[in-house]
Design a protein. Structure first.
Length: 443
C-alpha cells in the first residue's frame, strides 16, 4: 500500500527521467567561428525538430482559439468571448510540453497535466468539437508525445502513476469520451514502455559483453603471468643452483692453484651472465614502454649439451642417450622439453648432489619421450622444496596435450618421465612460442 503513494509522489514531485541518449546520429558540432553566437557546442536535429513542432502547435492553437473567440455569438456555446490572455495560455499549454519533453519529459508531463484544464476549458467554453471529444487535435498530439517520452525515459512506477492520473483526468473531464481516449493513451504508453524495455535489454547485453571481455582479458593476463612465473622459476632455479654448487666446489678443486681457481671463477661468471641474459629475455617486454615484443629465440633441445655441461660441472655424473631426430621439433615442444630437462637436473643438483643422472631423449612415432632419473645422493642435499617445479613441468606437458609423471624410485633417487606429442596440434597449443604476450595482445 505504501508503494502506491510513493509512485504518485515520484510522478508529481520527486521523480526524474533518464537522460537523453548520448550518441545521436542526427547531431553535429557548432563551428568554432559561430561559438560566440550560439550558447551550445553541439546541436541535435531532434531537439531542433521538437522546437519547430512546439512553435507550429503554439501558432496553430493560438489561431484556432482566436478564431473561436472572435466568431459569431451563435458559435460560442452561449458564452461571451473569453479573456484574450487565455488564448496565449491555451497555446502555451499545448506547445510548452513539446519544447520540454526531450530534456525533461517528466517535467513536460507535469506542465501538461497542470495546464490541461485551461486548454480543455477553452474548448468546452467557446470551441466546437466533433464526435463528443472535448480535446483539440493539437492538444492530443502534444499529450500523446509527452506520454510516450515518459514511458520511454521514466521508471515503470512513474509510468503507471501517470497512466492512472490520465485515466481519472479524462473521466472527470468527460466520462463519455473516456474509453476512446484511454485506448489511444494506453497504446502510446505501451509502445513507449516496449521501447524502454528493448533499450534496457540492449544496454544490459552490452554491459555483459563488456564484462565478459574484461574477464577474458583478466584471465589471459593471469595466464601470461603464470607463464612468466614458470619461466622465471626455471631460469633462476637452474642457474642459481649451478652457480651455488660451483662456488662451493671451485675452491676445493683449485686447492691453491691460481689458474684453476681463475678458470672456475670464469665459469661461474659465464653462468651468471647466461642467467642474466635469460632473465632479461623474460622480463624485457615488461619494461618496454612502447609495448614491443621480444622476438629472441627461446631455448630448445639444441642447447641440451649446455644443460648437461652445467650439470656435470656442478658434480653430477650425467649419462645422455639420444634417439631419433631432435633438430626439427616444433618450437613449443622444444622449449617445453628444454625446461623439463632443466628443472629435472636442477632438482637433482639441489636434492641429490654428486649423484648419477640418466637422461634419455627419444623422438619416435610423433612423440618426444623424456626420462631424467637420478640415483641416491652422494652428499647431504637441500630439504624438500615447495613443489612448484614439478607442477610447472606437468602443466607444460598438459598444455601440449602430453603427460608427465614424477616421483621417487626404489633404492633411492627420483625419476621424471614426460611424453610430448610432436604434431601440429602440439605446436598450436603453445601459440607464439618465440615471444611473450603483452598487454596489447591480451586486450
Amino acid at each position: 500500500m505504501r508503494a502506491v503513494p510513493g509512485a504518485f509522489r515520484l510522478a508529481f514531485f520527486q521523480g526524474d527521467a533518464d537522460p537523453p541518449p548520448k550518441a545521436r546520429r542526427l547531431a553535429f558540432g557548432v563551428p568554432q567561428r559561430l561559438r560566440p553566437l550560439v550558447p551550445v557546442t553541439r546541436i541535435s536535429l531532434v531537439q531542433v525538430a521538437e522546437l519547430i513542432l512546439a512553435l507550429l502547435l503554439y501558432l496553430q492553437t493560438q489561431s484556432t482559439v482566436r478564431s473561436w473567440n472572435t466568431g459569431p455569438p451563435s458559435l460560442l456555446n452561449g458564452h461571451g468571448p473569453i479573456w484574450d490572455g487565455f488564448t496565449y495560455l491555451t497555446a502555451a499549454a499545448v506547445a510548452l510540453p513539446i519544447a520540454l519533453r526531450d530534456r525533461w519529459p517528466l517535467a513536460a508531463w507535469r506542465v501538461s497535466i497542470v495546464l490541461m484544464p485551461v486548454a480543455v476549458g477553452a474548448t468546452m467554453t467557446i470551441g466546437s468539437y466533433s464526435e463528443g471529444i472535448p480535446y483539440t487535435q493539437w492538444l492530443g498530439i502534444s499529450y500523446l508525445l509527452v506520454l510516450y517520452s515518459v514511458a520511454v525515459r521514466c521508471d515503470r512506477r512513474i509510468t503507471v502513476a501517470v497512466w492512472i492520473v490520465t485515466f481519472f483526468a479524462t473521466w472527470i473531464i468527460d466520462p463519455n469520451s473516456m474509453p476512446v481516449v484511454m485506448v489511444i493513451v494506453s497504446v502510446a504508453v505501451l509502445f513507449g514502455y516496449n521501447v524502454r524495455v528493448r533499450r534496457s535489454a540492449t544496454a544490459r547485453l552490452k554491459t555483459e559483453e563488456r564484462r565478459t571481455r574484461q574477464a577474458e582479458s583478466a584471465q589471459a593476463v593471469l595466464a601470461e603471468r603464470a607463464r612468466i612465473a614458470r619461466e622465471l622459476h626455471d631460469v633462476v632455479a637452474h642457474h642459481m643452483s649451478v652457480i651455488a654448487i660451483q662456488a662451493e666446489a671451485v675452491p676445493l678443486k683449485a686447492r691453491g692453484d691460481p689458474a684453476q681457481l681463475e678458470a672456475g671463477l670464469a665459469e661461474i661468471r659465464a653462468l651468471s651472465l647466461e642467467a642474466i641474459a635469460e632473465l632479461r629475455q623474460v622480463l624485457g617486454v615488461l619494461r618496454d614502454r612502447d609495448g614491443r615484443v621480444d622476438t629472441a629465440p627461446q631455448p630448445g633441445l639444441d642447447r641440451l649439451d649446455e644443460l648437461v655441461s652445467n650439470a656435470r660441472a656442478a658434480g653430477l655424473a650425467v649419462l645422455v642417450k639420444r634417439a631419433g631426430p631432435l633438430d626439427r621439433l616444433p618450437p613449443a615442444v622444444g622449449l617445453s622439453a628444454y625446461r623439463i630437462v632443466q628443472e629435472s637436473l636442477s632438482n637433482a643438483m639441489r636434492h641429490a648432489p654428486g649423484s648419477t643422472v640418466a637422461l634419455d631423449v627419444a623422438h619416435r612415432q610423433g612423440e618426444l619421450r623424456l626420462r631424467v632419473a637420478n640415483g641416491p645422493s652422494a652428499a647431504p642435499g637441500a630439504g624438500p622444496g615447495a613443489g612448484h617445479g614439478v607442477a610447472g613441468m606437468r602443466e607444460r606437458a598438459t598444455l601440449l596435450g602430453g603427460t608427465l609423471d614424477a616421483g621417487p624410485v626404489a633404492g633411492g633417487g627420483f625419476e621424471v618421465r614426460a611424453t610430448l606429442p610432436v604434431t601440429d596440434a602440439g605446436e598450436g597449443a603453445h601459440e607464439h612460442p618465440r615471444r611473450f604476450v603483452t598487454g596489447d595482445d591480451v586486450g
